[in-house]
Design a protein around this ligand. Structure first.
Ligand SMILES: [Mg+2]
Length: 225
């Protein structure tokens, strides 16, 4: 393996559908809810899970359908809390572990910029063991920060923490991921949807587009200079 030392380089990643597939978090959450329903009402968790997932695929509200179909009296917020606060069963996508290992070996600073609820994102970070590569100070969860994904502060934070470095952002969502880093002259990379992404990669205005599109995360290793 070629060795390279890249000091003064920060590579920030998005979390959902970049480092792991968000659909797996959804499935994991539905399994928790199904188990809860089994415990409370003695329906089979496997059957409930299959129903929840098929309602999701049809674009319906799975938890509302659940109460309606089975005439359950649990508030939907109970299901939502279970879903959002779950300790999920999820795995890093193919190639992510090797790519992060390689970048770390090159002395690249690894950062995470993600939106979503703090508790959910923290549980995902823990489940994926991301502390192996990302120091706590290099993790920005926008709710924690009181900001949205498209807020400049999320990105400027790294520019202030590591002045004079080169910066890259790797994400999946052209609607929101690349607008700000493009404006701030970061290199931007979009990991192409392999068909499993929750948010589809719809056409967007030019300023939203990434500078590079990659089909596999390991392509980063050749494109980052
Ligand atoms: Mg994403």
């Amino acid at each position: 393996m070629m060795m390279r030392c890249m000091s003064k380089y920060v590579v920030c990643f998005d979390l959902d559908d970049t480092l792991y597939k968000e659909i797996d978090f959804l499935k994991s959450g539905y399994r928790k809810v199904a188990k809860f329903v089994e415990n409370c009402f003695h329906y089979d968790a496997g059957d409930i899970y299959k129903q929840l997932y098929s309602w999701y695929l049809k674009g319906e509200n799975p938890f509302a359908c659940l109460n309606e179909t089975y005439r359950l009296d649990k508030p939907i917020s109970d299901y939502l809390n279970l879903y959002r606060n779950q300790e999920p069963t999820i795995n890093l996508s193919d190639g992510v572990e090797d790519t992060l290992n390689e970048l770390k070996q090159w002395n690249v600073i690894l950062g995470l910029i993600t939106d979503g609820r703090t508790i959910s994102q923290k549980n995902k970070i823990k489940a994926l063991g991301l502390d192996r590569w990302f120091e706590e100070k290099n993790i920005v969860i926008s709710e924690d920060f009181g900001s949205e994904k498209t807020d400049e502060r999320n990105f400027r934070y790294f520019m202030e923490l590591y002045p004079g470095y080169k910066y890259s952002y790797v994400g999946d969502n052209p609607k929101k991921d690349f607008v700000i880093p493009n404006l701030l002259h970061w290199k931007t990379f979009m990991l192409k949807d392999n068909g499993k992404n929750i948010h589809k990669q719809v056409p967007v205005p030019e300023g939203n587009l990434p500078q590079h599109t990659i089909t596999e995360i390991k392509e980063l290793l050749d494109l980052i200079r």
